[in-house]
Design a binder for this molecule. Structure first.
Ligand SMILES: CC(C)(COP(=O)(O)OP(=O)(O)OC[C@H]1O[C@@H](n2cnc3c(N)ncnc32)[C@H](O)[C@@H]1OP(=O)(O)O)[C@@H](O)C(=O)NCCC(=O)NCCS
Length: 160
């Protein structure tokens, strides 16, 4: 079977958000190559929303995106990002809704994610129903070499 083809416009939209959403101090932004390679794998999916919280029409840029990977009955959130100027308007939450719906459609009963300890995204994830299940000490290394723990969260869709 040939690999899935993604519109390069969508990769442009993802990279447009990627370029401004992540603090360079933590080295969390992916390269275009990492994104396109991931999306070539059949179990990797993504969603985009524009500044109005709708799927971007042709020629309209994205305000945020998610990327996720499905394995059997689990779906893992790989990346979630919203442009700084579009934050605190519910777009991050709407992207999590999209991720959840998409994962459910693909048969997931458990959502997973991992984040750097101290990321304010934790508030969003907890409000959305994720609960902490693990900590990997000193897992991430920032651009300055400083180590940070990774926190793992889950949400069971069977309980939704
Ligand atoms: C995390 C992120 C995606 C949130 O996007 P957003 O569109 O601002 O999120 P929402 O507007 O849907 O926020 C919903 C709720 O989450 C909580 N929240 C979101 N960002 C928060 C922050 N920086 N500090 C505290 N609480 C926050 C708030 O309770 C917020 O509701 P409120 O605005 O009514 O108080 C965005 O800040 C981002 O792109 N961060 C950089 C990339 C990143 O770290 N991604 C996560 C790890 S991959």
């Amino acid at each position: 079977m040939s690999p899935p083809v993604f519109p390069s416009d969508d990769i442009d939209r993802i990279m447009d958000v990627m370029a401004v959403a992540f603090d360079p101090a933590f080295g969390e932004a992916w390269t275009r190559r990492q994104v396109s390679d991931a999306l070539m794998v059949g179990n990797c999916r993504y969603g985009l929303l524009d500044a109005r919280g709708a799927p971007p029409a042709e020629g309209v840029s994205a305000a945020g995106f998610f990327m996720a990977r499905g394995v059997l009955d689990e779906a893992e959130l790989l990346l979630l990002a919203v442009k700084p100027e579009a934050r605190r308007r519910g777009i991050g939450n709407n992207l999590l809704e999209l991720f959840q719906e998409d994962s459910h459609l693909h048969g997931a009963t458990r959502l997973l994610l991992e984040m750097r300890d101290g990321n304010t995204a934790e508030n969003l994830y907890r409000q959305f129903g994720f609960t902490p299940i693990g900590r990997r000490p000193q897992y991430y290394r920032g651009a300055n070499g400083a180590r940070t723990d990774a926190l793992t969260f889950e949400k069971l869709l069977a309980c939704v």
